[in-house]
Ligand binder design. Structure first.
Ligand code: 5GP
Length: 129
């Protein structure tokens, strides 16, 4: 069965899209630690980061760097944190999280956002790509 992220990439489930190329896709996390929290996903469906072939691993890092720079330019924060967990969705994804404090990195505190806030945030990040 395709993962929820494969369905998002295919357009079967809506998302607030940030960027896409031939191999990777970025969109806002629906339950963000902070405004601008973005997920970068390889289109190739693989569960664990370290199981990616090396070109896909390196490509995902380069894609995440580009998206992370746009987040840093668009969203007021001290820096953008990058983390990979994958305990909820078995399809590799890099979390890019605008950090102001350690709280933003813990996945305990969640930012409440309306659809309009998500759309505005996605637009601001896309403009910096
Ligand atoms: P992890 O697998 O790294 O523990 O966490 C999965 C992340 O994916 C969570 O931060 C969760 O909010 C996000 N997520 C889960 N389902 C969806 C979805 O349908 N759409 C979006 N945009 N994010 C999702």
């Amino acid at each position: 069965m395709p993962s929820i992220f494969t369905k998002i990439i295919a357009g079967e489930i809506p998302c607030y899209k940030i960027a896409e190329d031939d191999n990777f896709f970025a969109f806002l996390d629906i339950n963000p630690n902070a405004k601008g929290h973005t997920l970068c996903v390889p289109k190739k469906e693989v569960d664990k980061l370290l199981d990616l072939d090396e070109p896909t691993f390196m490509g995902l890092m380069a894609f995440s760097r580009k998206v992370g720079k746009a987040i840093e330019a668009a969203i007021p924060c001290d820096r953008v944190g990058l983390t990979v967990i994958g305990l909820e969705v078995p399809h590799v994804h890099v979390h890019l999280i605008p950090l102001k404090s350690m709280e933003n990195a813990t996945f305990q505190y969640k930012e409440r956002m309306t659809p309009a806030m998500f759309e505005e945030t996605a637009q601001k990040i896309r403009q910096k790509l």
